[in-house]
Design a protein around this ligand. Structure first.
Ligand code: FES
Ligand SMILES: [Fe+2]
Length: 459
């Protein structure tokens, strides 16, 4: 089969041969949710992206000053702070927030610094329970509601009032069970920032999921390069299939301005590039083998995708004591990945229910931290299990030690293997920037463009 010829098309209009994602989703026996058919691609330009966006300390400093200090970012999950006094410290660069559940059940967030002489009230990256916030230096103490309730030897501070030295709150809100903070006192509402997310996710059950597995890995690359490794499926053939044809299933890319982008990558369908295509028996055998299950039987009149989706629905229905048979094949199987600028990914699918977050390493632009959460459906009528301990992985540790990731650990390892080499190449290259595909890599361009808008003061 020859490569498609694209003469006469404007930049960004060319597509892989074969059916479109829309055609494929509409061919499923259970219709997909309307949101998955919503298309939003626009050509965003084809200039190179400067490598200094990744490697420069000045650029990283500008990101802290002008971007991280102004964007909404998820700090923790509501299950991290279920009871009054539960708190969770979220750090980004030198900025630090304490998220807390107050006595009347509200969630608040405070800048993690004492109003006396600045000492952090709670340690870096900590969480736990506290009846109040007592500074370890001189013992000034605030209630969970931010009221100054104890000032030792107050006679020396006639210039301090309970009002002048309340703990300043920062904007905080909850979406889909995740607690978002914004370090900017003038931030607009989270709801506006989320753009299409609340609409698209209205019928999906993110708030009914709990964190089953939480891995945090140090990655040998800039936080944007790390995120970008998950923004396209163009690398699948080379990185995950060692260059062999066969896995180039249909993937659609969308950008929903200003802060959301998405890909949808189908599962258990043929690569349009395989000639001859795999038979339905072969496709089904591959799915079972990947999942490590017994071989599945192809049923009369059903495609491999339909049989496999039914199998996943039945397995999950049994495990999580609820009926998933109404879900479309796409919602059951496909890799549906929403990106929320600047650093969060949410997957609504049943089989691939991840949430990601990427954060820069404050000490170098060349490293970052990747939080990888595997979410599972809460059993109806039961409380969420407590969030699990974080499995901390260093640069050289394999994801395969984290049991909850199943076969995906190996795939994440393959992604990591590129990162250090790419970072070294940023510095070794004669060409000073990277060249992106107009369609398949548009989400990386969108991320870069949003960052540079903030860095240049136009965010
Ligand atoms: S610095 Fe916090 S009480 Fe003095
Ligand atoms: Fe990958």
């Amino acid at each position: 089969m020859s490569e498609r010829q694209d003469e006469g098309l404007a930049p960004g209009e060319a597509r892989e041969i074969g059916p479109s994602l829309r055609e494929q989703l509409l061919a499923d026996p259970t219709p997909p949710p309307a949101a998955l058919l919503d298309e939003s691609y626009e050509f965003l330009g084809d200039e190179d992206i400067p490598y200094t966006n990744y490697t420069s300390r000045e650029y990283a400093a500008a990101e802290y000053d002008r971007m991280w200090s102004k964007v909404w970012q998820w700090a923790c999950h509501v299950d991290h702070v279920p009871e009054a006094g539960d708190y969770y410290v979220y750090d980004i660069g030198d900025m630090s927030a304490i998220v807390v559940r107050t006595n009347d059940g509200e969630i608040k967030a405070y800048y993690n610094a004492c109003m006396h002489r600045g000492t952090q009230l709670k340690p870096h990256d900590s969480c736990g329970w506290s009846k109040d916030f007592r500074c370890p230096f001189h013992g000034w103490t605030w209630s969970l509601e931010g009221q100054l309730v104890d000032l030792p030897q107050r006679w020396d501070f006639p210039h301090v009032t309970d009002e002048s030295h309340r703990l300043p709150e920062m904007p905080v809100d909850v979406w889909g069970g995740f607690v978002f903070v914004n370090f900017d006192q003038d931030a607009g509402p989270l709801k506006d920032y989320l753009g299409v997310m609340p609409d698209h996710w209205a019928d999906w059950d993110l708030e009914d999921r709990y964190i089953d597995t939480h891995v945090r890995k140090r990655l040998p690359c800039n936080w944007k390069a790390a995120a970008e490794a998950f923004l396209e499926a163009y690398h699948v053939r080379e990185t995950h299939a060692t260059g062999k044809l066969g896995d180039e299933v249909t993937t659609a890319y969308d950008v929903f301005e200003p802060n959301v982008s998405r890909f949808i990558h189908t599962t258990a369908l043929n690569s349009p590039l395989l000639d001859p295509p795999r038979t339905e028996e072969q496709l089904l055998a591959r799915m079972a083998q990947r999942r490590g299950t017994e071989p599945l039987e192809l049923e009369e009149g059903m495609r491999a995708r339909d049989v496999y989706a039914k199998y996943i629905q039945e397995t999950m229905s049994e495990a999580y004591k609820q009926d998933f048979s109404h879900l479309s094949q796409a919602m059951t199987l496909d890799s549906i990945e929403y990106f929320l600028f600047p650093n969060a990914f949410f997957f609504p699918g049943l089989q691939l229910p991840m949430v990601y977050r990427f954060r820069p390493d404050p000490t170098t632009p060349d490293a970052s931290y990747f939080d990888l959460l595997m979410m599972r459906p809460r059993i109806p009528g039961e409380e969420s299990p407590d969030p699990p301990d974080v499995i901390e992985l260093d640069v050289d540790d394999s994801y395969t030690v984290a049991e909850g990731l199943g076969g995906l650990g190996r795939v994440y390892d393959q992604d990591t293997a590129n990162m250090a080499a790419q970072t070294r190449g940023f510095k070794a290259s004669l060409k000073r920037g990277q060249t992106l595909g107009n369609y398949q890599e548009v989400r990386a361009r969108h991320l870069q463009r949003r960052v540079s808008e903030y860095v240049s003061g136009k965010g």
